[in-house]
Design a protein around this ligand. Sequence first.
Ligand code: AKG
Ligand code: MN
Length: 213
Amino acid sequence: MNDSLSLFGANRIFDTIPMPDAQVRFMHAFYRQPFSGTLMERLLQEISWRQETIVLWGKEYLQPRLSAWYGDEGSRYAYSGVALNPYPWTETLLRMRQDVEEATGYRFNSVLLNLYRNGQDSVGWHSDNEPELGSMPVIASLSLGETRAFRLRHRKRKDVKQVSIDLTDGSLLLMEGATQAFWQHAIMKEKDARQPRINLTFRTILDREQGRR
Ligand SMILES: O=C(O)CCC(=O)C(=O)O
Ligand SMILES: [Mn+2]
């Protein structure tokens, strides 16, 4: 893959989204076309996409999206009854991780990928607050393909308005600090979204000792 800086947007600056009890930053053009399109095609081909079953209140459901977990050996992860052992990093994912680490200044040992096949695919309200992510997880969320609205709502304060951020092709969203403790997020079904979208959330899984703290 070409390493030239022109692959990236001209203005690689994070905007801070003003939200109480949270630290959220957004970069509109982290990658730009046609490179973002090349990455999307590669990931569609090379990722081992699966539709997972989740258990909610004792009932089994098929998730309304495909997903896959990649990362360093040992970065085991579980949520809603799904236990995931990571696949090893691909060349494409390693390249993307390096770019995200350079832009954010953080290191990540794993990535959860979601494929929204069309506007009928979604993810319900949740926080990325699994114990293996620690108490103040840093989540770097990279989007490719169709624009989808990323909704955020405060978990306790009804006076705080919901936030909606359009996650465009090539954009990078960074959630830090207490964001996961105070806010939930979701991608709702959208009638008008017809094209596929891939989202990659780079995360750091702490080892068991750290995770318990
Ligand atoms: O698709 C997105 O932008 C968000 C995905 C998400 O929240 C997750 O996988 O935890
Ligand atoms: Mn999430």
